[in-house]
Design a protein around this ligand. Structure first.
Ligand SMILES: C[S@@+](CC[C@H](N)C(=O)[O-])C[C@H]1O[C@@H](n2cnc3c(N)ncnc32)[C@H](O)[C@@H]1O
Length: 242
């Protein structure tokens, strides 16, 4: 079944922009609700893998309201969050303004396209993307850009919905995405379709195994897939060769 927020090709970006403009204000709350708060643990895993050292340069793509960007900054990174949704960035800016006098430098937020980054090559020690790659018109282009702006030795980390290898678990999990998640979206955000989009986008995204393959093609080292909840979520990790 098609979804009004999913379109292949050139229309993809406009649809995704519209989607996040509509849900930006409820995004954080709904994230907690639909994942039972677990997304916080998974993002913590991303931050651990990032191995932040004070003053290192970190880029968080598709940063949304900034969960990963703020966490990188709290660990001492000079962190930049990039997203193309003004509404999501507005929430990130409000969160930044409300931070109680941070001990480490606050992150910078920037509007831009993850597929066409406004940075020279070899700029960052860490490049992350959380629940973003799946939303791009070309996820491969997104990984190419991550690779381009990464310094030699940099960590590239992707967190997103995954596709469980076990058929029974996959069926249960897809049913959850088809029924419960849109229902939560309807009840708490007044928009079922925006949340039904998660399953639609996942169907068109080859997920953790293809991302790992792409990382290997780019000759990243230490390529790893960390399956969470039996592969329902996944972290892809790789390092740019020195
Ligand atoms: C599901 S949210 C993830 C937000 C955040 N990373 C998190 O984990 O909570 C996906 C974000 O990707 C952004 N996005 C989608 N396509 C993008 C693109 N081409 N360039 C930059 N941001 C994009 C959306 O605006 C949205 O804020």
């Amino acid at each position: 079944m098609s979804n009004e927020f999913y379109a292949p090709g050139e229309q993809r970006a406009a649809k995704v922009t519209d989607l996040f403009a509509r849900i930006a204000r409820r995004y954080d709350f709904l994230n907690d609700l639909q994942s039972f708060g677990l997304h916080r643990n998974w993002k913590r895993r991303v931050i651990e893998l990032a191995s932040v050292t004070p003053g290192c340069r970190a880029l968080d793509l598709c940063c949304g309201t900034g969960d990963i960007t703020f966490a990188l900054a709290k660990r001492g990174a000079e962190a930049t969050g990039l997203d193309f949704s003004p509404q999501m960035l507005e929430v990130a800016a409000e969160r930044k303004a409300q931070e109680p006098r941070p001990k480490t430098p606050s992150p910078t937020f920037l509007q831009g396209d993850a597929q066409q980054l406004p940075f020279p090559e070899k700029s960052f020690d860490i490049v992350t993307v959380g629940y973003g790659l799946r939303n791009l018109t070309s996820w491969e282009r997104g990984v190419d850009e991550m690779f381009r702006v990464a310094k030699p030795g940099a960590r590239l980390i992707v967190l997103d919905f995954g596709k469980p290898a076990n058929a029974l678990w996959r069926a249960i999990y897809f049913t959850h995405l088809r029924i419960s998640v849109p229902l939560i979206g309807l009840l708490f955000c007044g928009n079922a379709k925006a949340y039904a989009y998660i399953l639609e986008s996942l169907k068109h995204y080859p997920a953790q195994l293809a991302v790992a393959e792409k990382m290997r093609t780019l000759k990243l080292t230490n390529v790893r897939v960390i399956n969470l909840l039996g592969g329902a979520m996944a972290i892809n990790y790789g390092e740019k060769p020195r």
